[in-house]
Design a protein around this ligand. Structure first.
Ligand SMILES: [Zn+2]
Length: 151
């Protein structure tokens, strides 16, 4: 058990946790919209329909600051799966916003996590290093010459 393995294990399960969390938020955003408005009422974060949006308004917004939860009822508009982008003057130059669909951070976490899983679960024949797969036949030092893992 070398150090890289322990780090990979932490990364792996952090990745899985983040994926589950993002999926949960993704799912929930189809039922509730969460909006957080700052005290000046000029900046807000909106999570809804599978999209996270950061919005800056040049004028104060008429709603209250803090968290607002909106239950989505009736006809659903569906998930804005491909609705992402950046605007620097939306609605007659009154707002700036960044919209990112939640599957994007999900993918960014899921791909490296899956890669670490694949790396750890590939078949390593007996007599080879568990870390890097190097052939350790006739190795007597107990230390892999390729990656330095003790075995
Ligand atoms: Zn090795």
């Amino acid at each position: 058990m070398g150090k890289p393995r322990r780090i990979r294990r932490i990364l792996k399960w952090t990745g899985v946790g983040l994926c589950i969390l993002t999926l949960g938020v993704y799912w929930a955003s189809g039922h509730w919209h969460a909006i957080w408005l700052n005290q000046k009422r000029t900046f807000y974060v909106r999570i809804g329909d599978g999209v996270i949006a950061l919005i800056h308004s040049y004028s104060r917004l008429p709603t209250e600051d803090g968290w607002v939860w909106v239950r989505v009822t009736g006809a659903k508009t569906g998930f804005d799966r491909y609705d992402w982008g950046f605007s620097n003057g939306d609605i007659a130059g009154k707002m700036q916003y960044i919209r990112v669909p939640l599957w994007l951070p999900l993918l960014l976490v899921a791909i490296p996590t899956a890669f670490i899983f694949w790396r750890d679960h590939r078949f390593i024949p007996p007599g080879h290093c568990n870390e890097c797969g190097y052939n350790l036949t006739s190795n007597v030092s107990g230390i892999c010459p390729e990656c330095g893992t003790t075995w």
